[in-house]
Design a protein around this ligand. Structure first.
Ligand code: NAD
Ligand code: DAU
Length: 332
């Protein structure tokens, strides 16, 4: 694989994947195709080797733009998506445009161009909530919010192109990812940056919902393993095997930022809030993948990164972000 199109490569995980590819594979050239929505940020790829990185500003919902950027690429890895559950609850149309229509454009272009690999980055949320045990790839999907439903729609369409048109689609389903450069609407960077500023941490419901935390570089190696060693037509779970109740995560963030529990502000629950996510990654492990980051090190280094990189997140927590924050959290 010499030329890889990465869509959403200016976002959180996509930019980590771009950096990972460039440092790991000296022959690879990345075409980074990103719309630069509110969540996209060129600071996320600042300093990468520009001789092997071509940035194209474009929308995956624009079929012609996708076709033109994908020409000459051996593979496409699709990170581009609307990704925040709370925003999908407020308004779902953009999620359908990007997470379903955008995926359709990618598989159509792959069919026309004969692209050798199409990796769709998806989420453990497509399974829905599980009280005990962990979902395997063979379990049925049961998405319960507009974001996860749009990701499930994109997956079904992409797999239909594998079965009908032989487009070599591989899907990964990752768990909750954390690390540097995550847009601070997601719980972990939101709580860390609020705690740094001595601001309340708005915890939904009873705080006992469980998420499985996966370090961003481990998510990237999981996707890379599926891309290079996985089989077309297959789905691979990428798990952190590191489940935490939200309240436990919140207390850890307070310890690491040196703040007290009076900052915790319980608020009305998220509608349709999935109680617990848990996935089994045995299938990807059989291809040789392992998560490398220990939770204690990962959370401590991530909190340190936000403390040391205010230049990155302070400009984001202005303007559009503050409007969103008000709509989402006021009077709750
Ligand atoms: P993010 O919100 O940080 O970044 C999304 C990126 O996609 C941004 O750069 C944005 O500009 C770009 N984008 C959005 N719409 C686009 C469009 N129409 N055309 C081109 N670019 C567009 O997202 P993230 O957290 O890095 O997630 C990346 C992928 O991983 C998503 O597909 C998401 O569903 C999946 N995922 C995320 C997590 C997580 O915990 N963050 C876990 C599992 C799976
Ligand atoms: O599981 C993978 C998914 O993880 C990805 O597919 C999504 O793109 C990503 O956003 C994430 O979804 P979640 O809804 O799990 O992430 P979020 O950070 O929004 O919330 C994590 C948990 O924290 C969840 O139980 C809700 C809770 N929460 C979240 C926010 C933003 C709070 O208690 N307060 C908050 O302010």
């Amino acid at each position: 694989m010499k030329r890889i199109m990465v869509t959403g490569g200016a976002g959180f995980i996509g930019s980590a994947f771009v950096r990972y590819q460039l440092r790991t594979y000296p022959d690879v050239h990345i075409v980074n195709f990103d719309k630069l929505t509110y969540a996209g940020n060129l600071n996320n790829v600042k300093g990468v080797d520009e001789t092997r990185h071509t940035f194209v500003r474009g929308d995956i919902a624009d079929a012609e733009a996708v076709m033109s950027a994908m020409k000459d690429c051996d593979a496409v890895v699709n990170f581009a998506a609307e990704t925040h559950v709370d925003r999908s609850i407020m308004a779902a149309a953009d999620f359908i445009d990007t997470d379903v229509r955008g995926v359709h454009n990618i598989v159509e272009a792959a069919k026309a161009l004969g692209t050798k690999r199409v990796l769709l980055v998806s989420t453990d949320e497509v399974y829905g909530s599980i009280a005990k045990g962990s979902f395997k790839e063979t379990d049925p999907m049961g998405p319960r919010n507009p974001y996860s439903a749009s990701k499930a729609g994109g997956e079904l369409l992409a797999m239909a192109y594998f079965h009908t048109h032989n487009v070599p689609v591989i899907i990964t389903r990752g768990s909750n990812t954390y690390g540097p450069y995550q847009y601070p609407e997601k719980v972990l960077p939101l709580f860390v940056t609020n705690a740094i500023d001595n601001q309340p941490l708005p915890l939904y419901g009873d705080g006992k919902n469980v998420r499985d935390w996966l370090y961003v570089d481990d998510h990237c190696t999981g996707i890379d393993c599926a891309l290079r060693h996985g089989e077309p037509g297959q789905i691979y779970n990428v798990a952190g095997e590191n489940e935490r109740e939200n309240i436990v995560l919140t207390r850890r963030i307070l310890e690491l930022t040196g703040r007290g529990k009076e900052l915790i502000k319980p608020i009305t629950d998220r509608p349709g809030h999935d109680r617990r996510y848990s996935i089994d990654a045995s299938k990807l492990k059989a291809l040789g993948w392992r998560a490398a980051m220990e939770w204690d090190t990962g959370i401590a280094s991530t909190v340190r990164w936000y403390k040391e990189n205010e230049w990155w997140w302070r400009p984001i927590k202005t303007g559009e972000f503050l409007e969103y924050y008000k709509r989402q959290y006021d009077n709750r």
